[in-house]
Design a protein around this ligand. Structure first.
Ligand SMILES: Cc1cc2nc3c(=O)[nH]c(=O)nc-3n(C[C@H](O)[C@H](O)[C@H](O)COP(=O)(O)OP(=O)(O)OC[C@H]3O[C@@H](n4cnc5c(N)ncnc54)[C@H](O)[C@@H]3O)c2cc1C
Length: 317
């Protein structure tokens, strides 16, 4: 059985790590984030004496592949996902959200594994095994699996695994400014979701209408890639109030002043995904890559890529 390090505790990394740990390997996962989420993050805020959680990254997920459908059924049994019909298109797939926040399934997966939060991998070197320099910490293992967004993977991999660095480096991701806003009263929109791909705010959701959310009237707004690029360097507070105004104007409804607003800039929100293998593993150098960019820019794509990487490692003698 091998010592394995997985960099990145998002859906791809944890799916892969879980399968390898279940097969008996000793797996350590490193993540620079302070807690579980990755791009399925939930952010808490104190608003009017109440703790409110916003899903500012992925909004919901769908499942077409039977393996992901089975995984969702397990999460449903664990009570960490629920269906959110408001996000479903008339003839579309079932939409699921994590509960009590979007990171529910990520938290559940991480609980059973050895995840080191707040650890950023800075440099990777191969000697007899793999060595991960993480600033004040360092880690060694036989096998190294890199499950981080394409641009970050490319930076880490170029010096030590040029081929995989080039694969990740060939991907460009779109940015997304996300706004988390709370209002004292219900705003003048009946629908809980707004999907307008060509508008400056391409997605908006009444976050408080998702299952098990607290807070009276909270919204998450996502600016389109084009709008996000236009204001990419805007300070966060300014971006938050600007995008709230844009939203009310776009929807043609009376403006309400939020009692709380914050913005988060996802620089690498949505990758252009590559056609090809869902994951790559070099059995000789004992290094592999997985992530949504190798399958499809969705939670399901990250899951399937993580699973594909674990299968490749397990198939190697
Ligand atoms: C704004 C937004 C909206 C979205 N909406 C949807 C949606 O509605 N439906 C849907 O299905 N998908 C959506 N997605 C996409 C979905 O969130 C992703 O496809 C999926 O979560 C990617 O998982 P991942 O494991 O590949 O990457 P990530 O979730 O990004 O995980 C990678 C992890 O690596 C860590 N990391 C990075 N670099 C390092 C390092 N050097 N050292 C240590 N750790 C590191 C990060 O902290 C992170 O936790 C959305 C994404 C965003 C940002």
């Amino acid at each position: 059985m091998s010592e394995i390090i997985v960099i990145g505790a998002g859906m791809a990394g944890l799916t892969c790590a879980g399968e390898l740990a279940r097969a008996g390997h000793s797996v350590t996962i490193l993540d620079k984030g302070r807690g579980p989420g990755g791009r399925m993050a939930a952010r808490r805020a104190e608003i009017a004496g109440e703790t409110v959680s916003f899903d500012h990254g992925a909004q919901y997920f769908t499942a077409r592949d039977p393996a992901f459908q089975r995984r969702i059924a397990e999460w449903q049994e664990q009570g960490v996902v629920e269906r959110w019909t408001a996000a479903e298109k008339a003839d579309g797939d079932a939409a699921w959200v994590g509960v009590p926040g979007m990171n529910g399934p990520i938290r559940a997966m991480a609980q059973d594994l050895d995840v080191r939060w707040g650890v950023r991998a800075e440099a990777l070197t191969r000697t007899t095994g793999w060595f991960v320099d993480a600033g004040t910490d360092s880690f060694e293992a036989d096998i190294l699996l890199v499950c981080v967004p394409a641009e970050q993977a490319s930076e880490l991999l170029e010096p030590c695994s040029p081929d995989f660095g080039a694969i990740a480096g060939s991907v460009t991701s779109e940015p997304c400014w996300a706004v988390m806003a709370a209002f004292a009263q219900k705003i003048g929109l009946d629908a809980d979701t707004v999907r307008m791909p060509d508008a400056p705010i391409s997605w908006a959701a009444r976050n408080s209408a998702k299952p098990h959310r607290t807070g009276s009237e909270t919204w998450v707004l996502h600016a389109s890639p084009q709008k996000s690029r236009e204001i990419i360097d805007m300070p966060q507070e300014e971006a938050a109030s600007h995008l709230v105004e844009v939203f009310f104007d776009q929807m043609g409804i009376e403006r309400s002043v939020p009692i709380h607003s914050a913005a988060h800039r996802w620089l690498y929100a949505m990758p252009a995904s590559l056609n090809g293998e869902s994951a790559h593993y070099d059995a000789e150098a004992k290094i592999g890559i997985a992530g949504d960019y190798l399958h499809s820019p969705r939670v399901e794509g990250a899951f399937l890529s993580g699973q594909a990487l674990a299968s490749k490692v397990l198939r190697t003698p």
